[in-house]
Design a protein around this ligand. Sequence first.
Ligand SMILES: Cc1ncc(COP(=O)(O)O)c(C=O)c1O
Length: 366
Amino acid sequence: MRKKISFAGPWITQREIDYAVDAVKNGWYETYDLHTKRLEKAVCDYLGVKHAIATHCCTVALHLGCEVLDFKEGDEIICTDFSWVATAHAIAYTGATPVFVDVEPDSWCISADAIRKAITKKTKGIMLVHSFGQLADMDQIMAIAREHDLRVIEDAAPSLGAIYHGQKTGTFGDIGCFSFQGAKIAVSGEGGVLVTNNSPLFERAKLLSSMGRTDSQAVFWSDELGWQYTIGNLSAALALAQVERIEELVQRKRDIFSWYDSRLRDCPQLTVIREKPNCRSNYAYPSILLSENTRTRRDDILKTFRELNIHARPGFPQMSRFPMYVQRFQNPHAAAIAQRGISLPSAANTTEEDAAFVCETLKALL
Ligand SMILES: Cc1ncc(COP(=O)(O)O)c(C=O)c1O
């Protein structure tokens, strides 16, 4: 069988190995959280934010964010209909209702116009996603939030290193959350981080991420329901090395994207999803949308890819179609991506030859 062209996978160097070994040898006793602290500082320094809490994964960071913003039953939180389900579930864990709205066809990120149309008296917040490292329209979204006094969480899970008008993702809203899960641009296996510039929110998130433990009446005393959401030191060591290398990891992804873009941009049967003006996508998952009138079905393409050991992914299904959620809007762009979207392989070990083979295969199928 032909060499596997992986959908995702990290770029591990001696630095990651050294940090992991260091954590195994030295990350105990009084230095049990040394790498966690270093990771949180590295994230703050890179993003230019005041506070970070490293977590088990991004999903729990998002949940923590929803809790500290006091989302609860009766509240409506406007969120994109196109995402991994963690985005919606994090809202639902609090009892609040996710209201699913459509995305922009050219970025696959939540549409600011759709947000405006979805606002009701019950709306308390907006949860946006920088989908696949593309940039949500933060100028408009923050303006809407100010106008209607709404809280904003950026689900920045895949977008570390992406920049909107000179400012890094995750730093616009009240809270931003990133993932270090193994398919992300920077990995630690499982892992995540919550960031904020708001000190009271940070203090509250810190408390809730460690079981609400206050020690106020006795050692181990807890004054309210919290969760054990903090990252392990060993995972933090890996994430730290990756965060320190984030600029070269972004450059690798951008190179891979350019290999696809140069071969596919003139292909009439599809649209390549490109970064917006004045933005730097990290191209976490280079993606295309097949045209409506393309005769070859998307799923047949993915099947043939598999047979050739090319691992690509379909667009996410609409979360609003899932049985636990109620649908209010139609969201045709999210529907189109669910049916005709493809994310191409972009593991860190992808070569230009691999990308060329994927493009040749795709064009032949089309
Ligand atoms: C947009 C989005 N949000 C949240 C998550 C959840 O991240 P984690 O797996 O670290 O919990 C992911 C992971 O794929 C994601 O893509």
